[in-house]
Design a protein around this ligand. Structure first.
Ligand code: GLC
Ligand code: CA
Length: 585
């Protein structure tokens, strides 16, 4: 039986195209000129799902004016850069990942004047802004596609991939979001099939066509001119296709890595990225990251090795995809993050994240959202994100320890990926109780419930009816309550962001794994010059003893998510989900 992947098949690879490091309040003792400093390595990114952050006009949908209202809150987090999911005109088949006009703002979100005011408000506060660029596909309601489908000899015909039906059925292609998992859609008007790796309302653009590429670069320049500081390229590893359309073996799509292997990192991907670098990234002080890095470390390196002049940062999915609803392998988690950190230790750069708009909540997947452990495990996970080597991405609400809300029935889901996966699972005869459990553990709607501002109705996200339910636990977990509590997840997050910003060792220090076989503790050091810091993270619900090598002598405590920690020589005993960073003596 086939299964359909519910989450992030689609890596995010980040590209921040700038070269001048900006000053930071750092106080490292080593020779800083030895470090390959870049501002986008030192920044902390905060991702906002605009639909769910703050509604300013009572229609139940978050908007740009809402974000403007909350800029001081965003600033108070200490973060440097905001990435917003797509805000362009869109019929919202896939919540903005289906764009019908690349040079306009979605009516639900506001106007171009609101956009300008928002970016100005960020810049006035020293916050940079990253735009999501969705160009593997457009909406079928984009003018280009309307033209393209109208006749075979329309000038826009070659903006998309078409297969004339007189040639028979095209070679099978898997679709991530299609109800039948079929990426070819028959279009009667011209008796041909068009390709859509995602939903049928998201036709894939034909990047082989130089006109398409020029349209995209020009569009990116339009936004760069407006002051955008970075670009996140959505599903970009798929833009270059093998248009000889080879047939692959039966059933390969059951293995998502095969899908990425066959469809990702196509023959001209590097050429396109170099063109984009030449025309866009090199001309502006912008950062850029693209989603997906192929299937090997070599692929990932080939996207971000600086001398290739393509992307700045690799955004891989292996880490975030590890948490599975039937349990997950902690040793594999440690090994995987270590593999990436070590591989990029001296060349290239990676992104670090444990959640985004394509996954359920971080604390519900990697931590423990029961009342006893939610706060310590959320703080522990944020300690991890902000002390690993790579640029950290925090998904809105994870600073509060927001949890995945339970949905009882498929009717509560809004995401096309979940709804179509449900239909597909049903048609394939899957055990639907089990499927609903899986959906509850990992589906994207779980990570998209509205931001919890206070304990009032709808958490003060909206005065109307929210587009997706507000988690009832907002009465306890919310910004107002956490602001007032010095021990809250929120205040811990702020402290941890500041620790990273004040100490280059957490950005550039060498990473070394300790206690690789330990089944409860993730332990590593970061070393810069003569300084060495020890990070100890208990990923379990029980006490854990870290018996460190004798030469380790924990000194100053840099941060601790509990009031105390028990140290006896080089043995440290950690409480459930305790996180501590020590300077080593
Ligand atoms: C990316 C986005 C995801 C979107 C898909 C299609 O994976 O992260 O949210 O649905 O691309 O654009
Ligand atoms: Ca609104």
């Amino acid at each position: 039986m086939k299964t359909i992947k519910l989450i992030t098949i689609l890596g995010l690879a980040l590209l921040f195209g700038c070269s001048n490091a900006k000053p930071v309040n750092a106080d490292a003792t080593e020779d800083k000129s030895q470090l390959d400093r870049k501002w986008w390595k030192e920044d902390v990114i905060y991702q906002i799902y605009p639909r769910s952050f703050k509604d300013s006009n009572g229609d139940g949908i978050g908007d740009l004016r809402g974000i403007i209202q909350e800029l001081d809150y965003i600033k108070s987090l200490g973060i440097d850069m905001v990435w917003l999911n797509p805000i362009y005109s869109s019929p919202n088949f896939d919540n903005g990942y289906d764009i019908s006009d690349y040079r306009n703002i979605m009516t639900d979100f506001g106007t171009m004047a609101d956009f300008d005011a928002m970016v100005k408000g960020m810049h006035d506060r020293g916050i940079k802004f990253v735009m999501d660029v969705v160009v593997n596909h457009s909406s079928d309601e984009h003018e280009w596609f309307k033209q393209s489908r109208s006749s075979r000899d329309n000038p826009y015909r070659d903006y998309y991939h078409w297969w004339p039906a007189e040639k028979g059925k095209p070679p099978h292609r898997f679709s991530f979001f299609d109800e039948k998992a079929d990426a070819w859609e028959y279009d009667e008007k011209t008796n041909a099939y068009y390709l859509h790796y995602f939903g049928d309302k998201q036709p894939d653009l034909n990047w082989e066509n130089p006109k398409v590429r020029q349209e995209i670069y020009d569009m990116m320049k339009f936004w760069a001119e407006k002051g955008v500081d970075g670009f996140r390229l959505d599903a970009f590893q798929y833009v270059s296709k093998d248009i000889t359309w080879p047939t692959y073996e039966e059933g390969y799509e059951k293995d998502i890595m095969k899908v990425v292997g066959y469809y990702g990192m196509g023959p001209h991907l590097h050429q396109y990225l170099q063109e984009m670098h030449d025309q866009v990234f090199s001309k502006y002080n912008v950062f850029s990251v693209s989603e997906g890095v192929g299937t090997t470390l070599e692929h990932a390196h080939s996207l971000v090795d600086p001398e290739r002049k393509e992307l700045n940062m690799a955004y891989h999915f292996e880490g975030v995809d590890i948490a599975k609803y039937k349990g997950w392998d902690f040793l594999y988690f440690k090994n995987n993050f270590t593999k990436w950190a070590e591989s990029f230790e001296h060349k290239g750069w990676i992104a670090i994240f444990l959640a985004n708009h394509d996954s359920a909540r971080m604390v519900s997947r990697f931590g423990n959202d029961s009342p006893a452990f939610r706060a310590p495990s959320s703080k522990m996970l944020n300690t991890f994100l902000l002390s690993m080597k790579g640029t950290p991405y925090t998904y809105y609400g994870d600073e509060l320890g927001m949890t995945s809300m339970h949905f009882d029935s498929i009717d509560q889901f809004r995401d096309i990926a979940a709804i179509n996966a449900y239909k597909f699972a049903k048609a394939s005869g899957r055990d639907m109780d089990d499927f609903m459990k899986e959906l509850n553990f990992m589906s994207r709607d779980k990570g998209r419930t509205p931001m919890q501002w206070d304990d009032s109705k709808n958490a003060n996200f909206t005065t109307g009816t929210p587009w997706l339910p507000v988690n009832p636990n907002h009465v306890k977990i919310n910004v107002e309550a956490e602001n007032a509590d010095k021990d809250s997840c929120l205040n811990y997050f702020r402290k941890m962001v500041q620790l990273r910003k004040d100490n280059l060792i957490l950005v550039y220090g060498d990473y070394d794994l300790l206690l690789p076989e330990d089944k409860q503790i993730f332990a590593y050091t970061r070393t810069l010059g003569d300084d060495r810091w020890l990070v100890l993270l208990n990923f379990s619900t029980t006490e854990a003893v870290a018996a460190l090598p004798n030469e380790f002598s924990p000194g100053d405590i840099k941060i601790n998510n509990y009031d105390t920690v028990s140290v006896d020589g080089s043995t440290v005993t950690l409480k459930p989900y305790q996180a501590v960073i020590f300077a080593l003596k």
